[in-house]
Design a protein around this ligand. Structure first.
Ligand SMILES: Nc1nc2c(c(=O)[nH]1)N[C@H]1C(S)=C(S)[C@@H](COP(=O)(O)O)O[C@H]1N2
Ligand SMILES: [Mo]
Length: 233
């Protein structure tokens, strides 16, 4: 072995390591790591997610994220998180436009809450999210605001009294049963409208408007559904 030969061998070896490293890096970029749902812009394999979802919490059995009947007005929305912004505006002193990470940069809460659809089915889900009250702290809600109107990517909307949101400490969920909300379930955010019927649980929220229009009617409310939407025991 002469000196030159050793150098050749060494550089071939280095080349191989570099190639392997690049391959790994590329696969990571393309496929991501772990089971988190990295691509939210196309259909999710929900069956695959049931393998990692939480099925029981503090002794209570949970429903599965596949137990929902998908009946959204325009079908699932696939939101690109890189360009997504949640707007909070209307009767506020400092309107805000928050990225996904900025919304998540708040105290997180977890709670099992049941969603009841008017069609007669319901699901018990472990939700993880942030409080609307915490989001509102950053925008300074004006005195005369008494209503919160939510708008969605699919043109859907609904509203709740500001008082209800504060009293009930309602949250915006970004996870269900320990799994990031899949697009089919409302990624990036669904309103956990505790004790209100399913049509108040707006998915794919893009804008939250503080308003003084207490009679505002959302998509289903305009079509005859009760604006209070209380779940009857
Ligand atoms: N943006 C949006 N959110 C929505 C809806 C919708 O059509 N669009 N449907 C509502 C209804 S009627 C119910 S019961 C719940 C749960 O619906 P899912 O089973 O289709 O997820 O989402 C609510 N949120
Ligand atoms: Mo519903």
């Amino acid at each position: 072995m002469d000196k030159a030969g050793t150098v050749v061998v060494k550089s071939r070896h280095a080349n191989r390591i570099l190639k392997r490293y690049l391959f790994l890096l590329l696969s990571l970029l393309l496929f991501g790591c772990g089971t988190s749902n990295n691509d939210t812009t196309s259909e999710t394999d929900l069956e695959e997610l049931t393998k990692i979802e939480v099925t029981e919490y503090e002794g209570q059995d949970l429903s599965s994220l596949t137990d929902f009947r998908e009946n959204s007005i325009k079908g699932p929305q696939y939101i690109d998180i890189d360009t997504y912004m949640l707007k909070i505006d209307g009767l506020v002193e400092q309107p805000a436009s928050l990225s996904y990470d900025e919304v998540l940069d708040n105290q997180k809460y977890t709670k099992v809450v049941t969603l009841h659809c008017v069609e007669g089915w319901s699901v018990d889900i472990l939700w993880e999210g942030v409080l609307l009250a915490d989001l509102f702290e950053g925008v300074n809600v004006q005195e005369r605001a008494d209503t919160v109107i939510f708008y969605s990517e699919d043109g859907y909307s609904t509203a709740l009294p500001l008082q209800t949101i504060m009293d009930r400490q309602l949250m915006l969920a970004y996870k269900m049963n320990g799994v990031e909300l899949p697009p089919e379930r409302g990624f990036p955010f669904q309103l956990v409208a505790e004790d209100k019927l399913g049509y108040k649980w707006i998915k794919w929220i893009t804008r939250i408007e503080l308003s003084d229009d207490a009679d505002y009617e959302g998509y289903w409310e305009q079509r005859g559904f009760d604006n209070k939407a209380d779940v009857k025991p």
